[in-house]
Design a protein around this ligand. Structure first.
Ligand code: PXL
Length: 284
């Protein structure tokens, strides 16, 4: 029996709405990887499209959490951060990466803070600049196009995009630090959408596109990044992992569209978990 890999997932818990830890935990666990969680906040729902949600900030718990884990001699194969609620939380995640990064431990940052040309509720552009400084210390970053341009201090423009535009963005995102960038929301025409992955060490760029389904589906960025982490840590290449994650998200959206459920409550990713584990396992 191989020693199980372990990920530290640092995101909020939104009780309803299937995003952040409520998707990271089942997705990463489903491929046999242990998922330790550090909750940054507890909300009754996510902040996208709901009003009246509760929000309990857990910033003051995070350093004691990390100190306790350190005292237990625990190590991680990956540190995976997502939605962070404050500037201080960004600082704490940087410290956490500094403390726990060792040979073989990778830092994956999903700068979950914006989509479709807008920052999420509660965030401003200063936050985007701060998030860019966290991305600079990561090994892999997983922004969508909006997060990418906001971190670079640029204007958002709607797709479709050109290859030149996307590839210049990939280079600009990698330049301050992360050697691998997986950019989501990439499409070259109205019919397809997916991800572009770039590895600065090899110079390779790969595209993983699938059928575009119109609409805004909450939590799909978190589902994509979690599937990517699950796959990459299982030994698949970055490009394969992006392809697998795109297919997983696309299937989840298709099932949700067919069911006609309220999109604020998230997509049906659960029914795709078995196939995800098979897709990841097949090429080991
Ligand atoms: O899926 C991103 C996300 C995560 N967590 C919270 C959110 C959002 C997006 O709106 O509000 C609390």
């Amino acid at each position: 029996m191989l020693v199980q890999k372990r990920v530290a997932a640092i995101h909020d818990i939104s009780g309803l709405g299937k995003c952040s830890l409520t998707v990271a935990l089942p997705i990463i666990s489903s491929v046999g990887i242990e998922t330790a969680i550090m909750p940054t906040a507890v909300l009754s729902t996510h902040t996208g499209g709901f009003t009246g949600y509760t929000y309990r900030d857990l910033t003051t718990d995070l350093r004691p959490f990390a100190a306790h884990w350190k005292s237990l001699g625990i190590s991680f194969d990956a540190i995976y951060s997502g939605y962070l609620g404050s500037f201080e939380q960004i600082e704490i995640v940087k410290e956490f990466i500094g403390e726990f990064r060792k040979d073989g431990c990778i830092a994956v940052v999903d700068p979950a803070m914006a989509d479709n040309g807008k920052m999420y509720a509660l965030f401003d552009m200063r936050f985007a600049r701060e998030m860019a400084s966290l991305c600079a210390v990561a090994d892999i970053i997983v922004p969508n196009i909006t997060e990418a341009v906001f971190m670079l201090g640029r204007e958002y423009k709607k797709g479709p995009y050109t290859k030149e535009y996307i590839e210049e963005l990939l280079f600009a995102l990698s330049e301050p630090g992360p050697s691998k960038v997986v950019l989501t929301g990439v499409g070259f025409d109205e019919t397809s959408i997916g991800a572009a992955s770039y590895d600065r060490n090899t110079g390779e760029i790969h595209y993983a596109l699938s059928k575009a389904i119109p609409g805004i589906y909450h939590g799909t960025g978190d589902i994509f990044a979690s599937a990517l982490v699950a796959s990459y840590l299982s030994g698949r290449s970055l490009a394969d992992s992006a392809r697998i994650a795109v297919d997983f998200v696309c299937g989840s959206i298709e099932r949700t569209k067919e069911a006609g459920t309220d999109v604020r409550f998230g997509v049906n990713f659960e029914a795709g978990l078995m196939k995800l584990a098979e897709d990841i396992g097949n090429c080991r």
